[in-house]
Design a protein around this ligand. Structure first.
Ligand code: BGC
Length: 366
């Protein structure tokens, strides 16, 4: 009798332990904030991953970062994985803003709060917040740099844009156009590589459809290879009057380096000024060497801090602070926006090394 009571209680203890272990495992699998980034193939998003990891080191919340590798299908899968892990907040940057609607709608159905990160998810009401840089300002800064470094009159201007699936590409272009167009109109620049842009060059502001026509023609799809091929095609087609000292609207660092390499090898191009953005390490090296003229530094530490701050507010049941709103073609999304900094050879050390963003020994010839 005694023995069987003992064995029964032993069995009970074992069962209870098993339940506790199972429960622990389950909570070990649980994630409170899911982060989905567009691709590992660009330095920009590896930077975001690293900055998220740095910022999340000491948080009590569990997080997981997944990459979509440029595929909206993979992105949907990632979001489903995270939903199954019980996330309460989703921070997401899409490869394709319209196509990501389905993924965030699935999250919303589960009561998950959605924060669009850097790129706006469009044509859906399933986005709660947006953290972003001032993207129109990025484009303005790029255009302004070309204007400030223009040489004489009638200088050839080569326009390039980001991916048509990325809402930001339009914001950047809008900003750039707002400062370049008056200088095209007054004869400082002549457009070298886009008949669509030439057709619209009299218009100070462009509608989304008008911008689409130009972006469709000069898109790089954010792909350095596509950028390189387009630049080669443009230079092959260009006459001597479209060479000499040229200005190039480089949409971001990865594509700017690819385009710059092509222009650098054309003997009829005597000099070029080219913009970029992101402060990729590779582009900082290019700027030091005079192969890229400028970049727009978007301090990812701030964006990450804002996104996590918002997520934590939401987990704590608070309303996150915002500074404005963005129209996503379905609703107005409350947004928190961050400033950007123009960097060229003159201030690269101050803004990127002295600020602790990069280490001096990441570069040569600084
Ligand atoms: C980002 C840029 C980036 C580009 C390509 C944009 O949405 O704002 O920083 O260079 O995508 O990935």
């Amino acid at each position: 009798m005694k023995k069987s009571i003992k064995s029964i209680s032993l069995t009970l203890v074992i069962m209870m332990l098993a339940i506790i272990v199972a429960a622990c495992n389950k909570s070990g699998d649980k994630v409170s904030v899911g982060i989905v980034l567009p691709t590992k193939d660009e330095e920009r998003w590896l930077q975001d991953e690293q900055r998220f990891k740095d910022a999340l080191k000491d948080t009590k919340y569990t997080t997981e970062i997944l990459f979509s590798q440029g595929s909206s299908a993979k992105e949907k899968e990632n979001v489903e994985t995270l939903i199954n892990k019980g996330i309460k907040v989703l921070i997401i940057c899409p490869p394709d803003g319209d196509a990501a609607a389905a993924a965030v709608e699935a999250a919303k159905k589960e009561g998950i709060k959605v924060i669009s990160y850097d790129r706006l998810i469009t044509k859906t009401d399933a986005v709660d917040y947006y953290v972003t840089f001032d993207s129109v300002e990025v484009g303005k800064a790029q255009g302004q740099y070309l204007v400030d470094h223009a040489k004489g009159n009638g200088q050839p201007l080569y326009l390039y844009a980001g991916a048509a699936t990325d809402n930001n590409a339009f914001l950047f272009f809008e900003g750039a156009w707002s400062v370049l167009q008056p200088k095209i109109k007054d004869g400082t620049f002549k457009i070298a590589n886009s008949a669509e842009a030439v057709a619209l060059q009299g218009k100070e502001t462009l509608s989304r459809d008008e911008m689409s026509k130009i972006v469709g023609q000069v898109t790089t799809s954010w792909d350095p290879n596509e950028a390189k091929n387009k630049a080669q095609t443009h230079l092959t087609a260009a006459g001597a009057d479209m060479k000499g000292d040229v200005a190039i609207l480089g949409p971001n660092d990865g594509t700017a380096r690819a385009i710059a390499d092509v222009f650098a090898t054309d003997k009829a191009v005597t000099s070029y000024v080219i913009s970029g953005q992101d402060a990729d390490k590779a582009s900082i090296q290019y700027i030091i060497e005079g192969k890229q003229s400028m970049t727009v530094f978007k301090d990812v530490r701030t964006l990450v801090k804002d996104a996590i701050g918002m997520a934590v507010d939401l987990l704590d049941g608070k309303t996150p602070a915002t500074t404005g709103e963005y129209d996503n073609k379905k609703i107005k999304v409350k947004a928190k926006q961050t400033k950007v900094i123009v960097v060229d050879k003159g201030n690269v050390r101050k803004e990127l090394i002295d600020s602790g963003y990069y280490k001096a020994d990441d570069f040569t010839g600084l």
